[in-house]
Write a protein that binds this ligand. Structure first.
Ligand code: AMP
Ligand code: MN
Ligand code: MN
Ligand code: MN
Length: 287
């Protein structure tokens, strides 16, 4: 199977915390040479119909996508789902439940930020959230750049919004078992997103991969916007160790913020099984 296909199977639209519409993303992916695309908004499939229609109009092959927030051993882990039926009721209900706690969490974040002198952050962040149900840390970060608290969103995360920092609020997301189960139940394939971003010990990471596999998870993102070449090599080895297929996706959010553009990624190493080899029946092919 073609390991050098320009597949980009991870990005975000205004339906979650991206700044472009599904249609704008489809155009950008196509212009950048992407041959197989998936929109993977956080905890939400509301952009899938528009993304699939825009891809079809451009002659771009498409897979449905989502990125589900999971809590595993006290950390947030992201599980990408690909090639599922976006109308599946159990999946949709699961995502709705996962989205549910975001409003209260955002209010708690705003209170925590106010305590260190950053005022009006809830209203400020909400202004950036195209979908209020999906208010996320990214929207707070944009507000704090706008108001000059930090120079860019990376600095906001580093100084305010990550564990141990003043604006960070603990949150319990879906379980790993549920997220993988919802994706599989809807006919899709589950992928561990950006594995190098987690701060697990070796034993904890082993538990993540073992349990993921045990629940029927089938792939890991080996090439992604936030991975160095060395990290991609590390997780290529992990994919082989656990018998997982390999995925590739930029995690593009915004032309102004993202360091990796749609489709602008290294190829998957040819000795890996690309995730699209397992998804041939699920690809919506453009004529
Ligand atoms: P949330 O789902 O509200 O916890 O927000 C998570 C989102 O914040 C991720 O999907 C990224 O878009 C963004 N994000 C998380 N950590 C960082 C970081 N360290 N630097 C920049 N963006 C980040
Ligand atoms: Mn995001
Ligand atoms: Mn993610
Ligand atoms: Mn993402």
């Amino acid at each position: 199977m073609n390991a050098s296909l320009n597949a980009d199977l991870h990005c975000h639209s205004v339906v979650s915390d991206g700044t472009l519409s599904p249609e704008q993303l489809a155009q950008r992916a196509h212009a950048n040479g992407v041959q197989l695309w998936a929109l993977t908004d956080h905890d939400e499939v509301g952009g899938q119909a528009a993304a699939a229609a825009a891809a079809a109009a451009l002659g771009l092959d498409y897979l449905t996508g989502v990125e589900i927030s999971v809590t595993f051993l006290g950390q947030t882990v992201h599980i990408v789902g690909l090639g599922f039926d976006a109308d599946n009721l159990v999946l949709r209900q699961g995502l709705e439940q996962t989205r549910g706690g975001r409003a209260a969490r955002a209010r708690d974040m705003a209170a925590a930020l106010a305590a260190v002198g950053v005022c009006g952050a809830y209203e400020g962040a909400l202004k950036y959230a195209g979908n209020h149900d999906l208010i996320s840390r990214t929207h707070f970060a944009r507000f704090m750049v706008e108001t000059g608290v930090c120079k860019d969103t990376y600095e906001v995360f580093r100084k305010y919004l990550t564990e141990g920092k003043p604006g960070f609020v603990e949150h319990r997301w879906a379980t790993l078992k549920d997220a993988v189960g919802w994706i599989r139940g809807a006919g899709g394939l589950a992928v561990i997103a950006h594995p190098a971003r987690y701060k697990f010990s070796a034993n904890e990471e082993y538990a993540l991969f073992t349990e993921f596999k045990g629940h029927g998870g089938e792939a890991v993102e080996v090439v992604t916007g936030s991975h160095s070449v060395a990290e991609s090599q590390t997780f290529a080895a992990t994919a082989l160790e656990f018998g997982l297929a390999a995925s590739r996706g930029s995690d593009f959010h915004s032309p102004e913020e993202s360091r990796t553009d749609l489709g602008a990624l290294p190829d998957l190493a040819p000795h890996l099984t690309p995730v699209w080899a397992l998804l041939q029946q699920r690809i919506v092919r453009a004529q």
